[in-house]
Design a protein around this ligand. Structure first.
Ligand SMILES: *Cc1c(COP(=O)(O)O)cnc(C)c1O
Length: 231
């Protein structure tokens, strides 16, 4: 994709976000992650040539590593978010290259990240991924014991929990998706009430459902197919 098309898409998404914020009287920032997982390296370079300061999102440890290497040669201040399923044997690459790991979905993976971050002399920023709808194919903590999960991971010295993340259910029924987003919003508020507003990121919403997510409190949307696309 060329830079004119990318710029057009970016402006459209930003306009949409602003319109949605007005519609629901939202006065805090809603940030955008440019999900680059489907895009070619050429498209990513075209995007970076626009100097729009957004983090890039990758969902595979291998591509994260390769792309940080490739892009690092031309630009060194790009931020990378990891948004995919985490396998424990890939944690070392993810911790090495990700500024924010959005998809921490078990205590075991958090322990792995904590260990690896210590080795790298780093405090790793993460989000806890929740699977509110309990879809089997999706990762994430269930909603039952979120305080226990948070307290457990919060104590890990080389991890800093910045917020929560969820992927909306893949359904045409927007009411189901809204319920899910609202549920995570309540968990987010509950943790913040109990722990002195410790969380600042509620990451919900992708190409097809970011309006619903923002309506229910999201302050970070992750857009792939309708932004950097799949070529
Ligand atoms: C792929 C992906 C996205 C982007 O999805 P689109 O529907 O292409 O916008 C966002 N979040 C996560 C976790 C993803 O895996």
């Amino acid at each position: 994709m060329n830079r004119d098309e990318i710029l057009k898409r970016y402006n459209l998404i930003e306009d949409n976000i602003n319109r949605i914020k007005e519609k629901y009287n939202i006065n805090y920032d809603v940030s955008l992650v440019a999900v680059s997982k489907y895009s070619s390296i050429e498209t990513i370079k075209e995007f970076l040539s626009l100097n729009i300061d957004l983090p890039l999102g990758e969902s595979k440890a291998q591509s994260l590593r390769d792309r940080v290497g490739e892009i690092g040669k031309i630009k060194d201040n790009v931020k990378w978010h990891f948004i995919g399923r985490i396998q424990s044997n890939k944690v070392k690459y993810i911790v090495k290259y990700a500024d924010l790991i959005q998809s921490v979905d078990s205590i075991e993976i958090a322990e792995c990240i904590n260990k690896e971050a210590l080795k790298n002399n780093k405090v790793q920023d993460i989000l806890l991924q929740f699977n509110i709808s309990d879809e089997v194919q999706k990762g994430g903590f269930t909603a039952d014991d979120y305080i226990g999960v948070y307290e457990n991971i919060m104590k890990m010295p080389n991890i800093s929990v910045k917020g929560l993340m969820a992927i909306g259910k893949d359904t045409e029924d927007s009411y189901v998706i809204e319920e899910e987003f609202e549920h995570l919003n309540l968990i987010y508020k509950e943790i913040n009430k109990k722990y002195n507003n410790t969380l600042s990121i509620l990451s919900m919403g992708m190409s097809s459902d970011y309006e619903l997510a923002i309506k229910h409190g999201s302050n970070m949307v992750r857009i792939g197919s309708s932004f950097l696309g799949n070529s």
